[in-house]
Design a protein. Structure first.
Length: 298
C-alpha cells in the first residue's frame, strides 16, 4: 500500500491501496469511517459514468437517410406540435400542380363524371324503376293497356245465315253497348242445321262475356253440346264476335222440321243460360232436304 498525502477538507489524509481503494483518514481519527463511505460512493459514480460513455460510443450509428427524414420531420413540424405527430407521407394530401396555384388537394376525376354511389349488384337501374313504378299508358278509349286482353278469334257467318227477326239486336242485361243476335244456318240438301250467336260491342272499352246457345226443333228445346256455355269471350270495342257454327249442329234426314236458334249473353263469369234469351228467325226443312227461311209474320 502506497501512501499519498493530500490536503483535503478538514486536513484529511488520502491513502490509495494497490487495489485502487481510496481511504481517507482525518487527522484526529474522528469520522473516518463515514468519510471513507462517501469517497467510495463518489468513485462508483465515476466508474458508472465512464462505462455509459463507452457503451454509447460503441452503438452503431443510424443510416444517413434515417437521420435526414428525422431532421426533415423536425424542421417541418408546425409550431407547438411534436415531430412524431406530423402525418406520414402516405396520408399526406398530394401537392397541387405547378400551374394550378391551388393549395388544396385536386378533385378526383371520377367525382365529376361518375354517379355519387355505384348501384348495388343486381339492382335495376333508374330507368327500370321508372318504368315499373309509373302508371301504364292508356288506349285511345281510356282503357289501360294492362287491362287489355287478346280478343277471342272469330269469323263472319256465310251468306244464307238467318239471324234475328227484323235484324233486331238484344241488349245484354247490365252491359251498356253490348248486344247480341241468335243465328241459324241451313243449306238445302245438306241434311243438317247449324246454330250460333254473334255479339256486338258498340262501347269504347274491351269487354269479356259468356255466351249460351241452344236450338228448338218443332217446338221442342235442345241443348247444343258441352261446348256451351262458352265463357271468357273477349271482344274489342267497335267489333263483333261470332261463335263457331260447328259447335252446335243437328242432323236432319227425311223429316220436316222448323228449326231456330236461341241465345243468351251475360258478363264474363255470369249465367248466360238463365239470362235474357232471344230467338233467331226460323228455317223450314222439308223431307227432300230443302231449307226455306220463314217469312215473318207467319
Amino acid at each position: 500500500m502506497s501512501e499519498q498525502h493530500n490536503t483535503a477538507r478538514e486536513s484529511g489524509v488520502q491513502y490509495i491501496t494497490s487495489a485502487g481503494d481510496i481511504n481517507v483518514y482525518p487527522p484526529r481519527g474522528g469520522g473516518g469511517r463515514f468519510a471513507k463511505r462517501r469517497v467510495l460512493l463518489a468513485a462508483g459514480a465515476i466508474v458508472a459514468a465512464a462505462a455509459t460513455a463507452v457503451t454509447l460510443a460503441l452503438l452503431p450509428s443510424p443510416p444517413p437517410a434515417a437521420r435526414t427524414r428525422a431532421a426533415g420531420s423536425s424542421a417541418h413540424s408546425p409550431a407547438g406540435v411534436p415531430a412524431h405527430s406530423a402525418p406520414s407521407s402516405a396520408s399526406a394530401a398530394p401537392k397541387a400542380s405547378a400551374g394550378s396555384g391551388a393549395s388544396s388537394a385536386p378533385e378526383r376525376p371520377e367525382s365529376r363524371d361518375a354517379p355519387s354511389a355505384a348501384p348495388a349488384p343486381g339492382r335495376p337501374d333508374a330507368d327500370s324503376d321508372l318504368k315499373e313504378g309509373s302508371a301504364p299508358d292508356s288506349r285511345a278509349d281510356g282503357t289501360p293497356h294492362a287491362a287489355v286482353r287478346s280478343k277471342s278469334w272469330s269469323t263472319s257467318y256465310v251468306d244464307g245465315t238467318v239471324c234475328a227477326v227484323g235484324d233486331e239486336w238484344t241488349q245484354v242485361p247490365g252491359m251498356t253497348g253490348i248486344n247480341f243476335q241468335a243465328c241459324t244456318y241451313a243449306v238445302s240438301s245438306s241434311g243438317n242445321a247449324q246454330f250460333g250467336v254473334k255479339v256486338r260491342n258498340t262501347s269504347k272499352r274491351q269487354v269479356a262475356v259468356a255466351v249460351w246457345v241452344e236450338y228448338w226443333m218443332t217446338k221442342q228445346q235442345y241443348n247444343c253440346s258441352t261446348l256451351f256455355p262458352q265463357d271468357h269471350v273477349v271482344i274489342d270495342p267497335g267489333t263483333t264476335w261470332y261463335s263457331q257454327m260447328r259447335n252446335c249442329i243437328r242432323s236432319l234426314k227425311g223429316e220436316k222440321h222448323r228449326v231456330q236458334a236461341y241465345a243468351g249473353v251475360s258478363e264474363e263469369g255470369g249465367s248466360p243460360r238463365y239470362s235474357r234469351l232471344a230467338p233467331s228467325r226460323g228455317v223450314d226443312i222439308f223431307e227432300n232436304g230443302t231449307a226455306v227461311p220463314v217469312i215473318y209474320p207467319n
